[in-house]
Design a protein around this ligand. Sequence first.
Ligand SMILES: [Zn+2]
Ligand SMILES: [Zn+2]
Length: 124
Amino acid sequence: MMNLKCLFGHRWHGCKCNRCNKTRDKEHRYVSMLEYVKICSVCGKKDYTQAVNLLVTYAVRGDEIARFPISAMEKVIEIGKNLNDIGGISLMTGVYGMFSQQTPIHARGLNELWNGIGEWNDCI
Ligand SMILES: [Zn+2]
Ligand SMILES: [Zn+2]
């Protein structure tokens, strides 16, 4: 329910309305959680674009289509563990979803490498 006070417009302060506490997806105040994940200190939205970009970089570096290069596997698993530590399965799923859109042929490879991290298992 929208606060009636905001019927004619919210009083936005960054991503959040000062009157009714509604949030919007712009002007977030991001702080770094990891080198590749930021979180908005106001509404809690996570920006993991850099994590996805990093994984894509590793994926496309391989010679074999659809597989991560062996040299990158450890790093990919470490990224999965770090994501799980700060955001659990929901953060991992978010990263996985964006990754799969960018390089669908590698989705299965990422799924396999992350298998067993936190609540992640092959059924995703
Ligand atoms: Zn409002
Ligand atoms: Zn925000």
